[in-house]
Design a binder for this molecule. Structure first.
Ligand code: BMA
Length: 331
């Protein structure tokens, strides 16, 4: 029997949760009533997906990617009492900035939300002369203050760590191109102030097994566990008929998170359900948030399905870490 691994963090007794179906052979299982956000959810949007929820004041709030009927993605605020039924505001979030240059973004997509100390930070892919990482902060989810873009274009999947490490804020990101990202590896950068980012280091790359052979990108904010930082990520397979987005996981060293301790050599979740295989972009599972109840080790993962739907899946931390260690390869 391996040692039981636990999450270092808070209790969340109202975590959205559903037990694993009896006999289900995989370590991540889907919510039986997926998707939690269906197609055409609000008047302006054809789909809401690749979005992030966090617990807040006993309920849940989130920042959502809404794809407009113009094809352009923008960020909307949403709330939920139970984590399952989500209400999205019909108007986009107004980012506050007194710097006109910062306000010159063209699109916003794939948000993450991370509480560091007492502030909630939103990171997203910001269209500023090509995709880069936008950052905003809020204390109350009413006023959102836009900060400097973290990096030069072209970059995506900017994912913050939930606490400083060695006195620095840390962010994972995935530099690539201005198109549909034909390649991509995960890097880490540090900052003393959430504005100036540097000391960029390679964390892990595409390659090895085909499910993650084309590109990889960080998903939810890393979760601190007794084994290291648990990082859920997406890995992309290139087929004769296009990309397939899968979900994998890794364990990063707790003090030097650019060091990969374990990394799955097979996927945890691949597009298999109609809401993952059929949509605006077929064959996509794209995780962007993971919330947890530390004492029980339960984790709920919000992921996008087929660039159309928002979905939920669940896992149990000790089982997941055992799985990652058993099915691991570091390369
Ligand atoms: C990526 C991003 C994601 C999207 C995926 C599949 O490059 O644009 O938002 O889910 O492609 O289309």
């Amino acid at each position: 029997m391996s040692k039981k691994q636990t999450i270092l963090g808070n209790a969340l007794t109202n975590l959205p949760w559903e037990d694993k179906p009896a006999g289900y052979p995989e370590v991540v299982w889907r919510y039986s009533k997926n998707p939690v956000i269906d197609i055409n959810p609000i008047p302006c949007a054809q789909g809401i997906y690749n979005s992030a929820m966090v617990p807040y004041n006993g309920e849940f709030v989130g920042i959502f990617r809404a794809d407009y009927k113009s094809g352009m993605p923008h960020l909307h605020f949403g709330r939920s009492k139970d984590g399952f039924k989500i209400e999205i505001e019909h108007d986009p979030i107004k980012l506050i900035t007194d710097d006109a240059e910062l306000g010159k973004f063209y699109y916003q997509y794939d948000p993450r939300v991370c509480k560091v100390e007492d502030t909630y930070y939103i990171t997203w892919c910001n269209g500023y002369h090509g995709p880069t990482i936008g950052i905003a902060r809020t204390d109350d989810f009413k006023k959102f203050y836009q900060m400097e873009n973290a990096f030069l274009p072209f970059n995506r999947n900017g994912v913050l760590f939930p606490r400083k490490v060695n006195g620095m804020y840390l962010m994972l990101s995935r530099p690539s191109d201005d198109g549909h990202t034909p390649f991509g590896d995960i890097y880490i950068s540090e900052s003393p102030d959430m504005i100036h980012w540097g000391k960029h280091r390679f964390v892990m790359g595409r390659g090895g097994q085909w499910w993650q052979g084309t590109k990889i990108g960080a998903g939810p904010n890393p979760i601190e566990t007794t084994e290291g930082w648990l990082l859920i990520y997406h890995g992309v397979l290139n087929t004769c008929n296009g990309f397939v987005y899968n979900m994998g996981a890794a364990i990063l060293d707790i003090d030097q998170p650019w060091k990969v301790r374990y990394r799955t050599n097979r996927y945890l979740l691949a597009p298999e359900m109609p809401y993952e295989m059929i949509g605006k972009v077929p064959n996509v599972v794209f995780p962007c948030a993971a919330i947890f109840d530390a004492p029980t080790g339960r984790i709920a993962i919000y992921y996008g399905g087929a660039d159309t739907y928002t979905c939920l899946a669940f896992t149990q931390v000790d089982e997941l870490i055992d799985f990652i260690k058993k099915n691991s390869e570091v390369f």
